[in-house]
Design a protein around this ligand. Sequence first.
Ligand SMILES: [Zn+2]
Length: 252
Amino acid sequence: MKLIDVHCHLADPCFDRDCDEVVKRALDSGVVAIVTSSQSLEEALKTAELCKRHRGVLYHSAGLDPCLLNEEAVLQVAEFIKRNRDQLVAIGEVGLDFHKVVERDRKEKQHKIFSFWISLARELDLPLVVHSRSAGKYAVEQLLAEGVERVLMHAFDGKVGYAIKAASRGFFFSIPTSVVYSQQKQKLVKHLPLESLMVETDSPVLGPKPGRNEPANLHYAVEKIAEIKGISIEKVAEITFRNATAFFEIKT
Ligand SMILES: [Zn+2]
């Protein structure tokens, strides 16, 4: 069984002491590729080094924390993305976070920055990995209005109706390991076709149990999806793997 963790943050300082072992444990558990997402220029540089060290296993998706409404930071990361386009498999995570950003003018700024990333993804022909905490509806609406096609909604916490609409337009959804207890994620799995799903850990967060999450836990998500859909674990692994390799153009 081969799996791909399509979203995590291995440049997080909590992995500094044992990142190599974390990658090894992932490989031992059947995870053959890991897309690790950077959220600042500093993290992008660190992530690029990590991906070099684990070539063929780690893949880089470069983005910016959606709560960092700082033009200088946006331009710096955009420069990095343009310079390193061929070393990247996606732009993200980027998007909207209305959990942390609540004031109207700051929300507007977030929409504007998101729009900038959407057009950069189009310009560079890279897929987008989208964060949409407490803003699922607004993120989906903006993406559809701006006509972008290659989209992965990561850890989507919005209403299932918007997810169904987005999936019917070709968007993908990555189901995190927290699906073992999150009823909202379970509902998403129930109502979306397997052809629209991928799996992620979002390490170091969203683990199947309390404590630091890591890519070796990815199988928890696969097992739960199989249980909810009443199909085999192998089938879930096969289809989510195929979705991920096609979306990120990863050759394993
Ligand atoms: Zn994340």
